[in-house]
Design a protein around this ligand. Structure first.
Ligand code: WTA
Length: 658
């Protein structure tokens, strides 16, 4: 078996292997008030797939011009709402500010040090227009790329919506990424302008974003202008480069108030978001305007049952797709009130998130299984300190949730009364594809349940045939959906090869799954060379290349071994160059090295020095055997190895070193 086949055949997380028997029905009062109460939308979508999307596109999104055709599908190339014209910024801001939600709060923001701001839709409208004029003044035109490297501040949302307003394509780079990661992304996107901030607060410390941005810009000549938000002040020690850098507040002071949203073609590029793939080079996932907006608006409304009086709090970072789709575009397009928190969940104490829920009376809360497992370990006394009775719905995303974490969430956060939506999706899918609609679906802890209306998914074997119930296989999506990515920026061949070649016409997700006898999906995790650490996607090969770039390293293999908190933790197996002495100091140096090159999230949990790595006769490192070793299992099939003794010796030494 190949690595992939082995992973696809594996069952879901340990506990659910015992077959999860618990069932949770939507509470009657929840169902009564929910947007979707029965299976009608599924039936409608099956009767008339395009008609279904057309109906909701018309109802949920404002169009300057309606489309001529709902879908043009030349696999794997999709165009949605062809000929239509719309604008994401108009949908998220103007239609509320100019309508009945003018004085409604759009953003409730809390800084890590405890400072607070509230922006109404009217405020957002004013700020977004002014900043759009700032961008224009800096020479940004429709189609140009604008890079954004910021922390969780309202100006990040303003910058995204301002770019979208004038048809500039934004690429947000997570503020926890290193200067090199930023440089690579700016270079790939050929961004013209960078928006950043002097520094960001994290656990009471200053993250020097401007300084890192300067390092990146030394090798990213496409950037002509830099806008710098003053967030932490003198503590950041940010130096401005004359002629290139402008302060946000100074630029805004001189900006004109009016900037109408530009009607944009439905397929106009809205943003590029980089994510890890199976090679070392990050993939620039491209999302376009109309379909993305329809998909995120409708799913935010249905999956989170979003109503006008809700206070919606998603604890993800806007630098990831979850923040793009379900902090910014989906909720704001619905005119929701969104809570945004700047800092660490354990600062100043481990109850910070629950304190925020209480303070703003959040009704909907969305987070990752890793955070929940961490909170479980911290203990229920932290949520107990707070009144969480405002909550009515909970969500998770990013990794499989084990039934025990699901139950903890249900009990200690949801007070036993809130439905939980376990939402499966990806950067590429743009919108949630598999999740319960909370007023309809019976949930089973650990299962993302069934595909949403209009979505068709399946679990297939290597040859593409559906597997029987409860047998593991590859998760595929059977037909296009509006918020699907359209290509990989600058690399259409990779788009075709990585996602659409294995099973032509069907989208290969890269995840393993099984379907149970009720048709519920149980996602088991990545089956390709991608590791999911605490909900963050990392590429094995990118990690390995980074290690090999260190002067002490000859060869490296990095694997994700199962971890009770993070889902997966990184173990690096490193072969040192001749003459280099192994030491604990060197292990630490290598961890730091990866942290600096990619970002702190990529630091391996442990580094193990090996004399040799197990390889196939075609010189491919067999990572699955290293996983067997790291997880303390008996070794799988070793017959294809050049030298089976290598791996046995490695295992003995690994055990000996504990
Ligand atoms: C994993 C995050 C199990 C999966 C939105 C997917 C999940 C990858 C779930 C995408 C879930 C996401 N259950 N696994 N509910 N949601 N995943 O691109 O492996 O950062 O392929 O998008 O996260 O990660 P990405």
């Amino acid at each position: 078996m190949t690595d992939r086949e082995v992973k696809a055949a594996e069952g879901p997380l340990l506990e659910s292997k015992l077959r999860e028997e618990r069932r949770f029905e939507p509470p009657a009062d929840f169902r009564e008030r929910a947007w979707v109460k029965d299976r009608t939308p599924w039936e409608e979508a099956e009767r008339d797939f395009e008609g279904f999307w057309a109906k909701h596109a018309e109802a949920e999104v404002h169009w300057f011009k309606t489309w001529d055709r709902v879908l043009e599908w030349n696999p794997p190339w999709a165009k949605w709402f062809v000929g239509g014209e719309t604008n994401a910024s108009y949908n998220c801001v103007d239609r509320h500010a100019l309508g009945s939600r003018r004085t409604k709060t759009a953003i409730l923001w809390e800084g890590e040090p405890g400072d607070r701001r509230a922006l109404t839709y009217e405020d957002l409208h004013r700020e977004v227009q002014k900043f759009a004029n700032v961008l224009k003044g800096l020479g940004v035109r429709k189609g140009d790329r604008v890079a954004i490297y910021m922390g969780m501040v309202p100006e990040l949302v303003i910058a995204m919506l301002a770019a979208a307003r004038i048809g500039a394509t934004h690429t947000v780079v997570f503020g926890g990424f290193s200067s090199q990661a930023l440089r690579d992304r700016i270079q790939d996107a050929q961004a013209k302008v960078l928006i950043t901030q002097d520094g960001a607060w994290r656990r009471g410390q200053v993250v020097p974003l401007k300084q890192w941005a300067d390092e990146a810009l030394a090798e990213a000549p496409s950037v002509e202008k830099v806008v710098v938000l003053r967030r932490v002040g003198d503590a950041a020690g940010a130096a401005m480069v004359p002629g290139r850098d402008v302060w946000w507040h100074e630029a805004m002071a001189g900006a004109a108030a009016d900037c109408p949203a530009e009607p944009l073609d439905s397929e106009h590029p809205l943003f590029i978001l980089y994510t890890s793939g199976t090679t070392g080079k990050p993939k620039g996932v491209l999302h376009t305007t109309g379909g993305y907006l329809v998909g995120t608006t409708l799913t935010a409304k249905w999956v989170f049952d979003l109503k006008d009086d809700d206070v919606y709090f998603c604890a993800a970072d806007i630098g990831w797709i979850t923040g793009h789709s379900y902090i910014v575009y989906g909720p704001l397009s619905n005119g929701a009130t969104v809570v945004i928190y700047e800092g660490a969940p354990d600062w100043p104490d481990k109850d910070r998130i629950w304190a925020i829920v209480e303070k703003y009376r959040a009704t909907i809360f969305y987070t990752s299984p890793t955070f929940l497992r961490t909170a479980m370990r911290w203990g229920p006394e932290y949520p107990k300190r707070h009144d969480l009775s405002s909550l009515r719905l909970l969500g998770t995303v990013g990794e499989p949730i084990n039934p025990e974490a699901w139950m903890w969430y249900h009990e200690h956060i949801g007070g036993g009364r809130c439905p939980i939506v376990d939402t499966w999706w990806q950067t590429e899918t743009g919108m949630i594809l598999i999740a319960p609609l909370p007023g309809v679906q019976t949930t089973k802890p650990g299962s993302a349940t069934v595909p949403l209306p209009g979505i068709k998914a399946d679990v297939v074997d290597e040859a593409g045939n559906p597997v029987p119930p409860n047998v593991g296989g590859y998760l595929v999506i059977e037909r296009p959906w509006p918020a699907m990515f359209r290509t990989l920026w600058g690399d259409p061949d990779r788009y075709v090869k990585a996602y659409w070649s294995q099973y032509p016409g069907r989208y290969l997700t890269g995840d393993g799954a099984r379907k149970d006898e009720d048709g519920y999906f149980w996602i088991t995790g990545r089956v390709d060379d991608v590791v999911n650490v605490a909900g963050h996607r990392l590429s094995n090969i990118e990690l390995e290349s980074t290690l090999v770039a260190h002067p002490a390293v000859a060869e490296a293999a990095v694997i994700g071994r199962s971890d009770p908190i993070k889902g997966q933790a990184l173990s690096a197996f490193v072969v040192l160059r001749a003459g280099v002495e192994p030491s604990d100091a060197l292990k630490e140096e290598l961890r730091q090295w990866v942290g600096e090159k990619i970002g702190p999230i990529a630091k391996p949990s442990d580094v193990f020095f090996a004399a040799d790595l197990p390889k196939t006769r075609s010189a491919k490192i067999m990572r699955r055997l290293l996983r067997d070793i790291a997880e303390g299992r008996a070794l799988g099939d070793t017959t294809t190895l050049t030298d089976p003794a290598v791996v046995e010796e490695l295992r003995q030494r690994y055990i000996a070193e504990g």
